[in-house]
Design a protein around this ligand. Structure first.
Ligand SMILES: [Zn+2]
Length: 128
């Protein structure tokens, strides 16, 4: 009888330990854990919709970066393509803290501010 009880307790403890380990690895994997509620990994921010990859061209705002990537637009009159650039403001959580020149992946989320509807989810290896 006593043995059975201790077995059950041990199982419970093992489960609890596994849970703790999981949260720790998640924190260490992303660098430092952040207390930012508007973070996809540590907060409750929903990440859904469009996904873009671009270069951070400004990090002067608080917890927000400007991300830019190139594209083309067709001009029917000249039957040629025009070079264009897309610029988007994205939330920059403390655990990612992307800086100017970093290649990042951004995902659409709910509106966070007047011009911020995207969040940085990861830094990508820079291709130079
Ligand atoms: Zn975070």
């Amino acid at each position: 009888m006593v043995d059975k009880k201790t077995k059950v307790e041990n199982k419970k403890e093992a489960k609890a330990d596994a849970k703790v380990e999981k949260t720790i690895t998640m924190q260490t994997k992303s660098g430092a854990a952040c207390a930012d509620s508007k973070c996809v990994i540590h907060g409750k921010l929903p990440a859904r919709g469009r996904v873009f990859e671009g270069i951070v061209i400004s990090d002067k705002m608080q917890k927000t970066v400007t991300v830019e990537w190139p594209g083309f637009a067709y001009i029917a009159k000249y039957e040629r393509y025009e070079k264009k650039r897309s610029r988007i403001h994205a939330r920059n959580p403390a655990c990612i803290s992307a800086r100017t020149g970093d290649m990042v992946r951004i995902v659409e989320t709910r509106p966070i501010a007047k011009t911020v509807k995207f969040v940085v989810v990861e830094k990508l290896p820079n291709i130079k």
